[in-house]
Every structure is written in structure tokens, then in C-alpha cells.
Write a protein that binds this ligand. Sequence first.
Ligand code: DGJ
Length: 735
Amino acid sequence: MPIFYDSQAQVFHLQSAASSYIIQLVQSAHPAHVYWGPKLAQESFDKHLHSIERASFSPTLSADAPHLSFDTLPQEYPSYGSGDFREPAFAARYVDGSTVSRFVYDSHEIEAGKPKLEGLPATYIEKEDEADTLRLTLRDELTGLKAVLSYTVFHKLDVIARSTRFVNEGAESIALGRALSASVDFDHSEFDFLQLSGAWTRERHIYKRELVPGIHRIDSKRGSSSHTQNPFIALLAKNAGEDHGEVYGFSLVYSGGFLGQAEVDPFGTTRVQIGIQPFDFEWKLEAGESFQTPEAVLVRSSEGLGGMSRIYHKLYRTRLSRGQFRDAARPILVNNWEATYFNFNADKIKEIAAAGQELGIELFVLDDGWFGKRDSDNSSLGDWVEDKRKLPEGLAKLANEITGTGMQFGLWFEPEMVSPNSDLHRAHPDWCLHVPNRSRTEARQQLILDLSREDVRDYIVDSVSKVLESAPITYVKWDMNRNMTEIGSELLPAERQRETAHRYMLGLYDVLERIVSNFPHILFESCSGGGGRFDPGMLYYMPQTWTSDDSDAVERLKIQYGTSIVYPASSMGAHVSAVPNHQVGRVTPLEMRGHVAMSGNFGYELDLARFGEEEKQAVKEQVGLYKELRELIQFGDFYRIKSPFEGNDTAWAYVSEDRSQAFAAYFRVLGEPYAPLRRLKLKGLDPNKRYTVEGNIGGGETGAVYGGDELMHLGLSLPSMWGDFQSVLYVIKEA
Ligand code: DGJ
């Protein structure tokens, strides 16, 4: 079992594929963090925590241990109030008004496998021998508050999944004001801090900054993980790059407001924390009640950011995503949103679907506007009944006609929302999040349903299920288009109002669990104005996400490259849209748009019926090529080769698990005068295999055979290119 406990030294040694994580109980009471780094062979280590006596500004725990201070002790789950002046992992307010806690070791258990997190999304195992779990129980003697720290170590991946469960074993109620999922103390601060940040249509750009004393924080107070910050941070050793060096990732399996931060203290140590946003959060624990935090997934790699990403990709693709689509090739789709917006009728829809079908596209998706009286975004959310003005013969007839041609049929919903101008809102004006007597702020002219309420959840499940049962629907796009304001629930008592945002998330997860398990044959794609909720929490229910509302090929290079830091290609929806692009007005060639979109779950989002013969032929070829390569793209190992954040060109590649096949894409954004000669050095191939290389490279090297070592170290000479927005694809197969 790769979790060892040395009862003499009171040391826990957690071993994953190539890493060790070591905890030591100091004075049999305080779980201190000793090490997280490359795997150590020996089972126990008891000589590594060093503490020295400091001046009086570092308070000591007792007179007979003057070197022991919470101010300097690296801790696994730090409390507040007894001399640790860094950020605590949790905060509690007790019935006497005090806020001081002191957790000490109570007991521990080590067991094979990984227990489920009740009501929350989490990574999972399929066989008990894939992972082991340590549960370390800490207790505040005075109040009876208990924290059970859970660490699951995956044997074949460098992953430790952490979460915390609080239990009130006291007699009085306790208010939790902060309950983070994980806290890790590193004994130095020689790191850069990496985050994925942006905005609507500009999600998950990569930002890196040096750690200096103080707190480096990213967060979301939006009630969703958000476009603005992704629930992920990484620490990179100073010499770490894409392919080498120590990298530590922290990813939160949660879709609501969150916090991720690194704090550098006066002694140059770094405390990293991630969890639910503590701002405006409080959770009341009555005697006997418990609270489970979401899961934080900690990944370590000595192979740089690329190594870390491939671990997340594998874990999230195979042990977070679920259902029959997890390992299935995803269909190529055409979506009518940018082709028609709200302005369509059944004939127009059939025309787009037919054009798609003729070109080999497999799934038609009917987007917003098919229900209620929704001619713009100012009405009808909540009224999930077909609009007979647009679809006079009904939704089922339309879906049957389209599926009759051999295509699949998909449908858009935004189930968490209600338009003030809707039958639902007129019947239940208090079903939305709100604060009594305060005006309700609208965004996109809609309000958010209060998913903490069971009646609201039942309504959503029933109304969506009715539609799904009424027609041959095999794909659903689950959208969510605003952030939370006036966060309050009519049914919660005053002292539980600050639980609303998290209760909403628990409610959402309940709704999703019920719907996805009732409709296992439906492929669900999540969306939040594009990538506003592209997070591991949603991936547990829906194996793919609409990456961004920005489908411009150039913008997508950065968005998809940034997204790939954590999320696998199989999770990224990527579509070819019309030019001039609807988000930025840029005109890029169909070829580059196709090549960029082929790097994820491929599709089109334009009026294919308006394409001329030449464009149709090009689409046919793109569709054909994607069908040939999609398993490699969706399920292969992903290698970033050139970063769009560092220059004019971008490159990436996918390599099959057995390294017999690869696919590489190179993009150059702007034309360059007198351009340098460039080579594309591949990664991840077998140096001892021979490969045939084919590509859209205009003759020359097509069909040539190279050694794997040659392709990786010498590389392919890129052809000379003319004009802006050029792209080159290489298909590489074992000769
Ligand atoms: C936002 C989504 O991201 C778009 O793709 C589209 O579905 C619109 N909502 C529809 O309102």
C-alpha cells in the first residue's frame, strides 16, 4: 500500500507514481508538512522538520518547547488564533463568540480505494487497487469541532486528491466562515505563480508572476467559477519550463465562487490554499451536523507544465468525466446560433441541417430561441415548451425529420434561469435568488432560479426531462448566462442566508446528477456564455464544454492553449464560424479556422447552406480529416510546442498512447517579411520508431519517412508561408 505510517516516528508517507508527500505529527498532536516532491524510496523520515527558536514575535506553544511555534511550523490544515499569522485553512465562530481554534491529531485510518464525496463531483476510481486513502482526523478539544482531512493517492498518476469534512461533535452550534479544501506549506518561495485568467470571449489566458512576500490570490465572487479566473493555480520552480522542472498544480473540483492563493511569509515559506470562496460564506453546523468541502486535485510533475497538464488530462478524461461518452468518439456538429440567432423557422433549420448532413457532419444542434416566445434574450427562460410560431409542426417532428436523414439531433437549454417575462416567473416570482424588499438586478434580462430549493429543482428536472423524452434528442447544450447578485433564498432562515451560494451549487449538482443519469444516451455539453464555467465540477457531469463564445481562429489559439494547461482536448468544444468573425470582426481563411477548431471537439457554427461549392468541398475535406484523426485528438497525449503568448506562431501535437501515430498543427498569425527558416520539433514520439509524415505542406516532404528521434531533435522544416493566418498540419504514422 503506497501510504506508509511509521507509528514510532509518527510519519505518514504517501507515494504516488513518481512523488512522495510526507506528513509528520509533531508532539503527537500537530500534523506538519515535511515534503512533497520526487519519490523517495525509504518509507519513513523523521529528521527533516527543522525549527529554531525565534524572537518573541513568533509565539511558542509552551515554555518547554521554545522552538515550536505555529508561526513557523509548516502545517497540513492550519487553524487561526494561536500564533500562525498566515492565512488559516478554516475559520470557525463558536457560540461564545470566540474565533480561536486549535486542531490537534485525534486518529487516522488508511484504506484501499477512494470514498465518494456525498453530493459533490469528484475524481473516482474503477478498481479498488487504483488508489489508497488516508483520513487524518483533527479535533478542537474545547468545542468538539472535528476536521477529517482526506488524502487519496492515485498509484499510476502523480495525483493527490484532498478534501476536508467538518463534523460538529460538540453540543452547541458552530458557524464555519471559511472551509478550504487544501492547504500546503512549502519551505521556500523560489516559485512563479501561474493562473488562467480572462473575461467573456477571452478565457483562460496564461499569466505568470514571481512570488514575493504577501498574498497572491485569484478568486471568483460571481457565484460561478467564471470567465475571469479558472479554479486552478500552479507553482513553477524557477527553472521549470514546458518540458522540464518541478511544477505543482492545484485544481478545484467546484463550479461556484472559489479562492486560490499563495502566501509568502517573512521566513520565505509559501502556503498554497484552494477552496470555496470564503467571502460572504458561512455555514452553520448544529450539533451532530457535518460539512464536506469540494475536492482539490493536487498534481506534481518533474516534467514541467507539459508533464503536469498530461496528468490532469488523463485524470479528468478517465477518472472525472463519466458515462458512455467518456471514451466514445465525439460527433462533429453544426449549431445554428451564429447562423440565425433567434431568427429562424423549421425550414431554415432543416436547410442548415441538410447542408451539414451532405458534408458528413453528424449532429445538428438547435440553439437558443426554440421555446416560449423567445425572439430575443428578453423573455421565456423557464418556459421549456416549443414555440409553435417557429416550429409549427412541433419539436419532435423537426427532430424526427433531421434524425431521419441520418443525423443526430441536439438541443439548447438554460435551465438554471428564469426571464422576468415568462409564465414561470409570473407563477412563481419568488423562485429566483433574491433578498426581500431589495430590487433584483437583472443581467441579460434574466434572474437565477434558486436551486437551493427542492421545488425549484424538481421543476427543472421535470420540465427538461419532458422535452428530452418527447423527441429523439442525443445531445444537450446546458447554458448559463449570468453571475449571481442579491444572493439570498426565501426558504432559508436569517442565520443560513450566507449558505445560499453553496447550497445553489449543491442543488445544481443534484439536478445534473438526476438528469444525466436518467438520460445516459445523451451527450451533455456545458456552457456558460462559452467558458464561464469551464471547470472540473461541470466535467464530472458533462464530458465537454463550449470553450468560449469567441470562435475567431486567432483568439482561439490563446484560449485553447491556455485551457489545455488543465483540461483535455476531449473537453473542449471548438467550432468554425463565419467571417468577418462575430466577436472581433477578423477575417481568417476557412483553412485556418478549420485547423484551429480541429484541435478540440470539432464543429461548425455558421450557415452552411450559404456556402458555395468550393467552400463546401473544403468543409467536406475538413470533416473527413477530422473523422480520420479524432480519436487521436480527443484521446491522445497532448504536447504544447509553441506558445501563442510568446510570439507570432503556435504549435501543438497529439500522440497516441502507443506512440504509433501523431498529429501536429502549426499556426502563423501574421505574415513576416524576410522570415527566418523555422523547424517544428515534435515531442512525445518514440525515438526508435520510423514515421511517415504527411501534411498540407505543398508537396516536398509529404510521404517522407523520418526517425522519431529526428522528428523530435532536428524537427521538420516548416514551409515558407505567404500572408497572414497560415496553418500547416502534419499527420505522422509509424512506417
Ligand atoms: C451563450 C452561448 O455561449 C452561445 O453559444 C449561445 O448558446 C447563446 N448563449 C444563446 O443564448
